[in-house]
Design a protein around this ligand. Structure first.
Ligand code: PMP
Length: 305
């Protein structure tokens, strides 16, 4: 593989030379905010399309604001740097892009004040995170999702992912594929690192954005395409036992994409097979992210000249 580049400290550096100090504040305290973006390679056009990059950088700015992390670059500048990075890396496969704004200073005080910030963006080839045809067997986690008054889930904060790691590890050790997080109030929040939808009849039901969830960009995409497929969408509180009575369910997220769930806490959903509505949404989703649907083409940023 040819040289891969990473953007940090305002320049593009070779990946093996992209290093930070062991005393970096973000490493010690998890004081970073980040995004995960996917870019899909279109072989016929020899073009890379990065999906909803603008929305990801808008959310990065919002997360940074919450965490007192300074970003002196506009959304347009961040898009331009990402494009440049992908152009330099010249992948011929689907990739994952990880922009991070982090406390790069070397202070041992936990305070966010008086500590320098930096922007780092790396990219790497990435296939499917979970199998897309097989339904996952998942459980409700014993761990609760961090709340708006502890580590706000609305912001994508590096340190918050210890919570996700505990959840998915516990689920895997217990023989499940992944977990569902409840919030402090005991209502359904989301997956470990994905949003969650239930299907009941012709309706999609998903926790609203005050339920301790990340306001997911894939969630927003699913809501848009659901309307095109004449599915009703309800955003509201969901109780745990509603999970067991859903006809179908799925996780969604940038890295997960759309992943069907076939059982929750050992209760099969519907027939226990992957449902028809999830399959339709998956198909539509991949057409959208690969730039095959004109209406949504503006969401796909071409990266190669
Ligand atoms: N919730 C959490 C906790 C996540 O980490 C992610 C992945 N970013 C999501 C939901 C899905 O968000 P998105 O669709 O914007 O990737």
């Amino acid at each position: 593989m040819s040289t891969e580049y990473v953007y940090m400290q305002e320049k593009y550096v070779e990946k093996e030379n992209a290093k930070i100090s062991v005393m970096t504040h973000a490493f010690m305290y998890g004081t970073s905010v980040f995004e995960g973006i996917r870019a899909y390679y279109n072989k016929e056009e020899n073009q890379m399309y990065a999906f909803r990059v603008k929305e990801h950088f808008e959310r990065l700015h919002a997360s940074a604001k919450i965490m007192h992390i300074n970003c002196d670059k506009s959304v347009d500048e961040l898009c331009r740097i990402t494009k440049e990075l992908l152009k330099k890396n010249q992948y011929k496969t689907d990739v994952y892009i990880r922009p991070t704004l982090y406390k790069s200073g070397q202070s041992v005080s936990a305070s966010l004040l008086g500590c320098e910030d930096d922007l780092l963006i790396f990219s790497a080839p990435l296939g499917d995170y979970s199998p897309l045809e097989k339904g996952l067997k998942v459980c409700v986690s014993n761990w609760k999702r961090n709340s708006d008054n502890s580590i706000p889930p609305r912001a994508k904060i590096g340190g918050a992912y210890a919570n996700a790691a505990l959840m998915s590890t516990e689920a895997k050790l217990a023989g499940f594929d992944d977990a569902i997080a409840l919030n402090d109030a005991g209502e359904v929040a989301e997956g470990s690192i994905m949003n969650l939808f239930l299907v009941k009849g012709n309706k999609l039901i998903t926790p609203d954005t005050t339920q301790s969830i990340l306001d997911g960009i894939t969630r927003n995409t699913v809501i848009a395409i659901a309307k095109d497929l004449n599915l009703e969408v309800e955003e509201r509180k969901i109780q745990r036992t509603e999970l067991y009575l859903a006809d179908e369910a799925f996780y969604c997220g940038t890295s997960a994409q759309i992943v069907p769930i076939s059982s929750i806490d050992n209760r099969n959903l519907g027939s226990g097979e992957v449902g028809e509505i999830v399959k339709k949404l998956q198909k539509e989703y991949f057409d959208v992210v690969k730039g095959r649907i004109d209406k949504y083409k503006e969401w796909c940023m071409p990266d190669y000249d």
